[in-house]
Design a protein around this ligand. Sequence first.
Ligand code: 5AD
Length: 349
Amino acid sequence: DGFLDVLKKIEDGQDLTHSDIVLLLKTDRKAEMEALFKAADEMRKKIIGDVVDIRGAIEFSNHCKKDCKYCGVRRNLEGLQRYRMTEDEIMEVVHSLHNIGIKTVILQSGEDAWWTRDRIAHLITRIKKETGMKITLSLGERPREEYEYFKKLGANNYLLKIETTNEEIFKFIHPDDDINHRKECSSWLKELGYLNGSGCIIGLPGQREEDIANDILYFKDMGINMIGIGPFIPAKGTPLENYPTGDVDMTLKAVAVTRLVCKRVFLPATTALASIDSDLQADALKAGANTIMLINTPAKYRYNYQIYSDKNMVDLKSAYDAVTGANREFPSYLKIDMEVYKDAGNTEK
Ligand code: 5AD
């Protein structure tokens, strides 16, 4: 099949095969890419509506026991000042997000043993009690019992990216991890009833379009609800610091195809895209994405949470701008509606 045949399949509501997806990802013709983005934009409109979902992320600890080769807070990164926000510091940010109408807070950290089950549990309970906000956890791999306990206390969503489904690449970039265990964690989260987040990095060493197609089909088969797709960005001081930045067009194509294949999912216009160029988040929103994650880590810590170098700082001010419409980077037809994800979002159960 050619490109137009695949577009026709999309219009007819047929499922795309692995080779259809590869074909879409491989095009570098401008007209074809635009047709792909337009198809994804229409799918977003049909399934989600003209709404951008805003969430606030707090990166509350950069301590990490793992040594992922791409990551700027990896265990062996020398010279990085490590920090851990206190519960009160975190709550202060949580309240500021709540006060401007943000409904979901994302708690993200390295894999930090200081943040035990009970400390996380205490924080979850406090957030629920004081604000009633939805909570997305992004704490890496944990025992099933902990995921279960956090869910019982009211955590709603969990982000744990597979990063790549290519086993060799996964192993190469994750010296401490096992891909099957990562997948197992994701299936636990699903069983436990979390809205389940995954995602991948585009432009990892050795990664081909075929691999990205497998990633997208994995998200579909696993019933993943939130899919963060961002370009690889070399982080200073890591083993991958001299590798090239991931391709922006490939990232946008992957976002668009993911919308077309997975349909009813949350697709963030990732911070990694914004870090390459601030206009790229808007481009992603025009190519199927529907979510923006604001970075609300206090300024004094943020600099030390550069999982990749020159990470773009999306902050509370951008939140106000986004809400009031002052942020001209947004496509004008998209409305910010922070009420939209009242009940665990607009994703199928
Ligand atoms: N480039 C791009 N994305 C990265 N992440 C971490 N390090 C990098 C990097 N160097 C992404 C991973 C992780 C998320 C928190 O940030 O996908 O899951």
